[in-house]
Design a protein around this ligand. Structure first.
Ligand SMILES: C[S@@+](CC[C@H](N)C(=O)[O-])C[C@H]1O[C@@H](n2cnc3c(N)ncnc32)[C@H](O)[C@@H]1O
Length: 302
């Protein structure tokens, strides 16, 4: 409040300048503001001449030189640098292949993310349902391909998680889902990979009973056995298991950086294996608490 008042009184003082000095209608402060505004605007103009946004789906077959030509600004001689911040799934591996296949691209710098969205060569995605599968993004290096290394979706999912943000609670977010799974197993006698539509359902329910009810309805299973007493008996019986699950998940999370390291080192190695690269680096760029996917892959060509 006091700041506002001060600035108001200042500006009324400046208004008297306007009448006295005709052309010098702005105070020194305002002149500075104007210069700043003009210089910002000319920078903006410059940037808009240099900046040509294009929206395309990127895969290994994209010819970056052709794309640059389409902007109408290509001299045909300039060298190119490919960058990508948080390139989901196979977008990272596609960028890397584009860099290798384009003789005009001399520098690559990108940060990977969302490893769970990648396809693997040696472990097929479980939910393809006959749709055409994207090209595999893992493994890329000859070294891992020769050994037919696979990670699987669960491990890749894990590698995409955040472990650097401290938490005071020892809680297993997935506990309601695990308990539901136990009830489903006890009632139906099996666990079905095709059971879908349960994601985050527990967050929309006020208690475990409502969650189990809704889940059974979604899966089109009979709900006659699902009574409040039946569910609360399970909650009581497995009370202690929630802590054990939380501890298990914390121990498991220690492996997450190892899985991410496998993906990143595979990409790094793939670049080292190319004759065209002169230098390849894996650099930590960000504070992992702020941005958990914080490593950039940087490569240079002659
Ligand atoms: C995690 S976001 C990062 C966005 C932005 N770079 C940032 O850091 O805020 C990844 C973006 O890449 C886009 N994307 C993923 N795969 C792609 C592909 N193959 N071709 C083009 N865009 C893609 C997604 O739609 C999403 O907008």
């Amino acid at each position: 409040m006091s700041c506002d008042k001060q600035s108001n009184s200042k500006s009324s003082g400046n208004n008297s300048n306007i009448h006295k000095h005709g052309k010098e209608y702005l105070s020194n402060n305002k002149m500075e503001d104007l210069h700043l505004y003009e210089s910002k605007n000319s920078k903006k103009d410059k940037l808009s001449r240099l900046h040509h946004p294009v929206t395309v789906y990127v895969d290994d077959s994209l010819d970056i030189t052709e794309l640059v030509k389409q902007t109408g600004t290509d001299s045909g001689e300039a060298t190119l640098m490919l960058t990508g911040l948080h390139t989901c799934g196979s977008l990272g591996s596609s960028l890397q292949n584009m860099f290798i296949n384009s003789s005009r691209t001399k520098v690559l710098c990108y940060v990977s993310c969302c490893y769970h969205l990648m396809n693997e060569e040696f472990i097929k995605a479980p939910f393809i349902d006959g749709h055409e599968e994207e090209k595999s993004g893992f493994p890329m290096s000859l070294f891992l391909r020769e050994q037919e290394v696979g990670l699987g979706r669960a491990a890749r999912n894990f590698a995409s998680q955040t472990i650097n943000r401290p938490t005071s609670e020892l809680k297993a977010k997935s506990y309601p889902r695990s308990l539901l799974q136990k009830i489903l197993y006890d009632i139906t006698g099996h666990v079905d990979d095709g059971w879908k539509g349960l994601r985050k359902l527990d967050q929309k329910c006020k208690d475990m009973y409502q969650y189990v009810q809704k889940a059974f309805k979604k899966l089109k299973l009979p709900t006659d056995k699902i009574t409040p007493e039946f569910v609360s008996e399970y909650v009581e019986r497995y009370k202690e298991e929630e802590k054990k699950l939380a501890i298990f998940l914390q121990i498991k999370s220690l492996l997450a950086p190892c899985i991410e390291a496998i993906v990143l080192l595979d990409r790094y190695l793939h670049l080292l294996e190319q004759d065209c690269t002169t230098d390849v680096k894996l650099v930590q760029m960000f504070d992992p608490v702020i941005s958990p996917r914080c490593h950039a892959i940087v490569a240079y060509k002659e």
